[in-house]
Design a protein around this ligand. Structure first.
Ligand SMILES: [Zn+2]
Length: 340
């Protein structure tokens, strides 16, 4: 399996985040991608290649072009107003407020986000854009006939909606890949195994019957993103039946998780997918600092084996996972399990 590594990921390095009432060093940090690269290399899974300079025009296939343009210019507008700090939203167009894009950068940041989890630095957009190219390079490998590929980039993408950033995510790398694969004639399923519900991916494809979305995640009554990810969200219109949410409660370990993964895989088979995009988050790990599932390192081997049993071409796209020292092993284990 080839790994496509976005070396520009480190250009996105937010100084801090607000979590649990405290300003903390950002959990979504550059070391995450570096340790995964180390362990994937050690595991000799295959060549590590750089992304092709495809450009990011494909992002507009699932994102509002105005949102993409905003991300590109946001930090510049912010620095004119606030100087050399991370751009962060603080006010959102919630219930009772109008959905209107203000001129003020502070207002724009709120308009184009749904939480305060997305700081933008001077060079963040370069990392984000290279992330899209990483994902698109993975698509090219799949279309060229490779059985599998691993798009290793950060920041992650699955929380990003058509026109909002949130949850450390800016552009939705997995959704962009799925869309391009579908346009190439593939019947695509997205399997989201990140601990958090992939609300952005769900929202992008919710009324589409041609792309299937299955997600196993912390139950939104307990867990971020709280306002989407319930089991009764099954798709709408042409998408009815093409959305499968399998929320699990805090404390869930492999017995419950493996059963949910079986259900997700059964849904993917019933949909008739020929290609799978895996939103590969590893924050289901028992030692993850912001999550509450109980998966162990060896469980990720089983996760990879189960995905392989689908017998489909598979593009893994890196998402969350914040127990940094174990993140490399856990990620590699999924890929090793898949290849075994
Ligand atoms: Zn997550």
């Amino acid at each position: 399996m080839k790994t496509i590594f976005n070396a520009d990921h480190k250009l996105h390095d937010a100084a801090f985040e607000l979590i649990g009432g405290k300003m903390m060093p950002a959990f979504e940090c550059p070391r995450r991608a570096e340790i995964v690269l180390e362990k994937v290399t050690e595991a000799k899974l295959g060549p590590v290649i750089a992304p092709t300079a495809t450009g990011i025009a494909a992002a507009a296939k699932v994102h509002d072009a105005k949102f993409v343009a905003f991300l590109e210019k946001a930090w510049g507008l912010w620095s004119e107003e606030h100087g050399d700090s991370d751009a962060l939203p603080m006010t959102w167009p919630a219930r009772s407020l109008r959905q209107i894009e203000p001129d003020s950068i502070d207002g724009k940041l709120g308009f184009y986000s749904f939480d305060a989890g997305c700081g933008l630095t001077k060079t963040s957009f370069q990392a984000i854009a290279a992330g899209v190219e990483t994902s698109l390079t993975g698509v090219d490998l799949i279309l060229a006939g490779e059985t599998s590929a691993f798009a290793l980039s950060r920041p992650p993408g699955h929380h990003a909606t058509a026109d909002q950033m949130g949850g450390y995510c800016y552009l939705n790398n997995a959704a962009i890949a799925a869309q391009v694969l579908a346009e190439a004639g593939r019947r695509v399923a997205i399997l989201d195994v990140d601990y958090h519900h992939g609300n952005g991916t769900q929202a992008i494809f919710y009324e589409r019957g041609d792309i299937y979305f299955a997600s196993i995640h912390g139950h939104p009554t307990q867990e971020y993103p709280y306002f989407l990810g319930y089991a009764d969200e099954t798709g709408a219109g042409a998408g009815e039946g093409a959305n499968l949410n399998l929320p699990l409660y805090w404390g869930s370990a492999w017995d419950a998780y493996g059963a949910a993964l079986d259900k997700a895989c059964e849904g993917i088979v019933a949909f008739g997918a020929d290609t799978v995009v895996v939103s590969l988050g590893l924050d289901t790990f028992e030692e993850d600092p912001i999550s509450k599932f109980k998966l162990k390192s060896e469980d990720y081997l089983r996760m990879g084996e189960r995905i392989r049993k689908l017998g489909l071409q598979t593009l893994f796209v890196f998402e969350g996972g914040y127990a940094v020292e174990a993140l490399g092993i856990n990620t590699a284990n999924v890929l090793i399990g898949f290849e075994s």
